[in-house]
Design a protein around this ligand. Structure first.
Ligand code: NAD
Length: 260
């Protein structure tokens, strides 16, 4: 149980981040949600997680591509809860195009959101973790942090960077009660991937179900999607005392993708 701890999960208004936030709330954590979306839907999500688990749930609309907003988000969360004990860096976007056609503004945006935000949240949240002598930093990287796919220059570069940053943060905090690890999911059927499935179905003139099967068959030998619940369960394990010596790791939860 993580009762009384506070977890900030970036990009938690959808998909994997939401799954992790819900699981950490079920473990007793107060939660800071972050991400974009419809204001009423976000409020329903916020209230629902609070009511279901008897924890406090705050929401920050900070844009993870903006360092000043990230700093303010961390300060506000610390002001309300005292410290961020568990930091889950999850916000991320995708864009697919060959490297020579990759729009430079997309490159900049992906590096800012998928990589630099992980530096800024960590940079601002660590001092309070150090004061308390306990902390968990969980970076949601990807199978694309370990291997590449065509057309994903920005995403693959950023996710490889996240794994390097994870290792360095683990070394900088070793022996302090703080751990830093990266989770590397394979395909998870979230809005980020549904867009890619729809694009495949459109480009090939095939049904959505067939596009899903082909997407899995290309990369993920288990032929089933990883779920946000499974990732939430792993994040909860990394926060447990049993995982106190797990640091600097990159854990594949990818249906065999990177075993090939
Ligand atoms: P998603 O699109 O469902 O969720 C992304 C979340 O990030 C949303 O809450 C969105 O509002 C938020 N977000 C986007 N830009 C933001 C910004 N500038 N500031 C603040 N929040 C922002 O996607 P997902 O699949 O749940 O992805 C979550 C993370 O998991 C990403 O880092 C992604 O790269 C990674 N990942 C996803 C998969 C997959 O198959 N879905 C696989 C491996 C890794």
């Amino acid at each position: 149980m993580l009762k009384g701890k506070t977890a900030l999960v970036t990009g938690s208004t959808s998909g994997i981040g939401q799954g992790i936030a819900e699981r950490l709330a079920a473990e007793g954590c107060n939660i800071v949600l972050n991400g974009f979306g419809d204001a009423d839907e976000i409020e329903t999500l916020r209230q629902g997680i609070a009511d279901a688990n008897g924890v406090e749930v705050a929401y920050s609309a900070a844009d993870m591509s903006k360092p000043d907003e990230i700093r303010d988000m961390i300060r506000e969360a610390e002001g309300r809860f005292g410290a961020i004990d568990i930091l889950v860096n999850n916000a991320g976007i995708q864009h697919v195009a060959p490297v020579d056609e990759f729009p430079p503004e997309k490159w900049e945006q992906i590096i800012a959101i998928n990589l630099s935000h992980v530096f800024y949240t960590t940079h601002h949240a660590l001092p309070k973790m150090r004061e308390r002598g306990w902390g968990r930093i969980i970076n949601i990287a990807s199978a694309h942090g370990l291997v590449a796919s065509a057309g994903k220059a920005g995403y693959v570069a950023a996710k490889h960077g996240v794994i390097g940053l994870t290792k360095t943060t683990a070394l900088d905090t070793a022996g302090t009660g703080i751990t830093c690890n990266a989770i590397c999911p394979g395909w998870v059927k979230t809005p980020l991937v549904v867009k890619q499935i729809e694009a495949k179905a459109r480009d090939k003139g095939i049904a959505i179900e067939q596009a899903e099967r082909e997407l899995l068959a290309e990369k993920q030998p288990a032929l089933e999607f990883v779920t946000p619940e499974q990732l939430g369960a792993y994040a909860a394990f990394l926060c447990s005392d049993a995982a106190r010596t797990v640091t600097g790791a990159q854990v594949q939860i990818d249906g065999g993708w990177t075993a090939q």
